[in-house]
Design a protein around this ligand. Structure first.
Ligand SMILES: NC(=O)c1ccc[n+]([C@@H]2O[C@H](COP(=O)([O-])OP(=O)(O)OC[C@H]3O[C@@H](n4cnc5c(N)ncnc54)[C@H](O)[C@@H]3O)[C@@H](O)[C@H]2O)c1
Length: 443
């Protein structure tokens, strides 16, 4: 089943009348409070629920989770909210009683759930990476634009002080035109082992069919998929690049005003069809922008031996490099941005350079994650209420996600350079195009 058929089935089952145009969408109305529905309320979904509901103008009206234990924990905090295990049923039944939807499920369910909500003219806050497939990212951007919906991807660090400062510093030309970015994380959201054999009984609290959603049927194995472990696996997550990479890429990507890359080369082990490689080096070449040299080279390292011994990663005084972060390398120096909640630092001729940050008018640095962490969510709520704009809407998030996913696909062709045509949304290497999309299962 393709995406259109999935949406048509899901939406025509509904007894509600879909609003025909963005002019009638909530985003443009002047309501006073926002009624939110949350899909996936365990772990990060719990954090999302807590941050969104901490806004004074939010009423949580519906909660959905395929795991009854996760659902019960969220319900205990929001006793007035209706509960569901199937987001399709929730959206159909609640319909006009919902003003905005938050999607915090594993990656393979981001697009099916978000697109159904957007087809119903609902603003959506969706966790990162925006989607599991490139075609889905483009489809999400298209629907959001056509319906003029408020959207935000869950890259909360995007709204943090340090990242805004780094963006302004780079765009002020402090290190000149940037020719290279290096970014790294030692996290390992890969799995080099074999496909697990046999199957385990599905826990009573879990609806495995709904967890699989639009992905293929597969027997349940304890500790392999739910919760959290799915990010290591090609059918559900996007490996370390799609997990930490999205956060760490975000600032350089935004600061340098990049579009999608022209070439991508991933150095890693051979694909095994089940888990992502446990170590990856991904090299992108981007077309130049006003903040870069004619082309920009970007190198990402992940896994326990992420290569940090490069000359252009050496810090003054032999200081140890932070375990995660990014280095911008320009014609006049380097800008070092550890991840996260640490100030960006400029390095010129091997020494840290004092920078007068007052001229960037950002106020005092914020170091309190609790207040800083809520900003991105509250911005979404305020945008839905018509008093703000989101800073990571799907128009931006889809580009960033596409870039990430192209690196993930290149991992299926280790050490081979893939050439991406942004206009046709196809690789020159025909064998890679099959990984841009996947059929949706009827469930
Ligand atoms: N922005 C961040 O800092 C950050 C941090 C962690 C995770 N994330 C993102 O949040 C998402 C969830 O990650 P996680 O670590 O919490 O995963 P998880 O597997 O631990 O939790 C997912 C939750 O969604 C529920 N769920 C699964 N399928 C569902 C469905 N079809 N309908 C309703 N509920 C469903 C699960 O039962 C569980 O409660 C991912 O997209 C991940 O990339 C973002």
């Amino acid at each position: 089943m393709n995406k259109r058929e999935f949406l048509k089935n899901a939406v025509t089952l509904s007894s509600i009348t879909l609003l025909p145009s963005a002019a009638m969408a909530f985003s443009t109305s002047k309501k006073k409070r926002l009624r939110t529905a949350h899909i996936g309320v365990g772990n990060m979904g719990g954090e999302d629920l807590s941050a969104i509901s901490s806004h004074a103008m939010v009423d949580v009206v519906a909660l959905c989770d395929v795991d009854a234990n996760m659902l019960a924990a969220a319900k205990a905090l929001h006793p007035d909210a209706k509960t569901y295990s199937d987001y399709r049923v929730m959206l159909q039944e609640m319909g006009k009683k919902i003003d905005a939807v938050v999607v915090s499920t594993p990656d393979h369910t981001h697009a099916p759930a978000s697109m159904m909500a957007m087809e119903m003219d609902k603003p959506v806050y969706c966790q990162k990476p925006l989607t599991h497939h490139v075609t889905e990212a483009r489809a999400m951007k298209k629907i959001a634009k056509e319906k003029n919906l408020v959207t935000q991807m869950g890259i909360q660090v995007h709204s943090f002080y340090d990242y805004k400062l780094a963006t302004l510093m780079i765009q002020s030309g402090i290190i000149g035109k940037v020719h290279t970015v290096r970014a790294w994380s030692p996290k390992n959201w890969g799995y080099d082992g074999p496909l697990p054999e046999g199957q385990d009984p599905v826990p009573e609290s879990l609806d495995w069919n709904l967890w699989l959603g639009t992905s293929s049927e597969r027997p349940y194995k304890e500790g392999v998929y739910h919760p959290g472990q799915w990010r290591k696996l090609v059918d559900y997550g996007c490996g370390t690049l799609g997990d930490m990479g999205v956060h760490i890429f975000d600032t350089p990507y935004n600061a340098l005003a990049l579009d999608v890359p022209r070439t991508i080369t991933t150095n890693c082990r051979k694909p095994n069809g089940f888990g992502y490689p446990e170590q990856n080096m991904v090299t992108y070449e981007f077309p130049g922008t006003e903040y870069t040299a004619d082309t920009l080279k970007w190198v990402w390292y992940d896994g326990k031996d992420a290569d940090k011994q490069r000359e252009d990663l050496m810090l003054p005084g032999g200081e140890e490099l932070h375990d995660q972060g990014a280095m911008f390398i320009g014609e006049k120096g380097r800008l070092y941005l550890p991840h996260f909640q640490m100030l960006p630092k400029v390095i010129v001729d091997g020494e840290y350079k004092e920078v007068d940050v007052e001229k960037f008018n950002l106020g005092e640095p914020v170091r309190d994650y609790d207040s800083e962490g809520k900003k991105h969510y509250h911005q979404f709520v305020d945008a839905c209420l018509g008093t703000a704009e989101t800073s990571a809407p799907f128009s931006y998030a889809s580009r960033l996600t596409e870039t990430i996913l192209l690196g993930v696909i290149a991992g299926r062709f280790p050490n081979k350079t893939l050439h991406w045509n942004a206009e046709s949304a196809r690789f020159a290497e025909e064998e890679a195009n099959q990984f841009l999309d996947a059929p949706y299962r009827e469930f």
